[in-house]
Design a protein around this ligand. Structure first.
Ligand SMILES: [Zn+2]
Length: 200
């Protein structure tokens, strides 16, 4: 059977594994690079190389970082008494744009989702508890998306911090149910932050 050369198949297969990219789009990207813009291919390859060598994960909060700690964890002006728990690093950028928060962050890296097979055991709740204890955090603000998974995860954060002297709140549902923090406007995020409620 006639097929593409192995190197081309490998690229298509790797591209097709990216979120939101299927086999068809992967082929289109690969042929665009081969036929239309080989220079773009080199630039993409070098940009990927660069982020892989320069950007890693913050050892404290799981945000992206250019050294052991991210720019937020190493900033002494941020109030460590307030810790905002988010699903992913992109959410931090969204909150920073809103200007509503001057504390520290913690990235869970996912939400509890029985449908996708993600259980509480797979999320870093132990590390979260350790940071809350070590930093003497007074309030943990859970800023997960207003979805069922986001709500279940907020309850689990509360459970993981049981016995510690810390208040656990959740950003208000200013956003429509099912919306994503990452894409909410700075105004909406600021409002949700200011009207946060206790998790119970
Ligand atoms: Zn950090």
């Amino acid at each position: 059977m006639v097929d593409y050369p192995d190197s081309l198949k490998r690229l298509i297969n790797e591209l097709a594994r990216l979120p939101g990219v299927g086999q068809k789009s992967a082929e289109r990207f690969a042929f665009f690079i081969l036929y239309e813009d080989r220079e773009a291919g080199k630039r993409i390859a070098s940009a990927i190389q660069e982020i892989l060598s320069n950007i890693s994960v913050c050892s404290r909060c799981n945000n992206i970082a250019e050294s052991d700690l991210c720019w937020l964890c190493s900033d002494p002006k941020r109030k460590k008494e307030f810790l905002c728990v988010v699903e992913q690093p992109q959410d931090i950028i969204a909150f920073e744009k809103s200007g509503a928060f001057n504390g520290k962050y913690f990235v869970l890296g996912g939400l509890i989702s029985p449908l996708s097979g993600v259980s509480a055991a797979e999320l870093p709740f132990g590390k979260l508890r350790r940071i809350v204890e070590e930093d003497g955090v007074k309030e943990v603000i859970v800023a997960t998306n207003p979805t069922t998974e986001g709500d279940v995860t907020a309850l689990e954060v509360k459970r993981a911090l049981e016995g510690l002297c810390v208040k656990v709140t959740r950003i208000a549902k200013g956003m429509p149910q099912g919306a994503a923090v990452q894409f909410a406007s700075p105004f909406v995020l600021r409002d949700s932050f200011l009207r946060r409620i206790d998790v119970d």
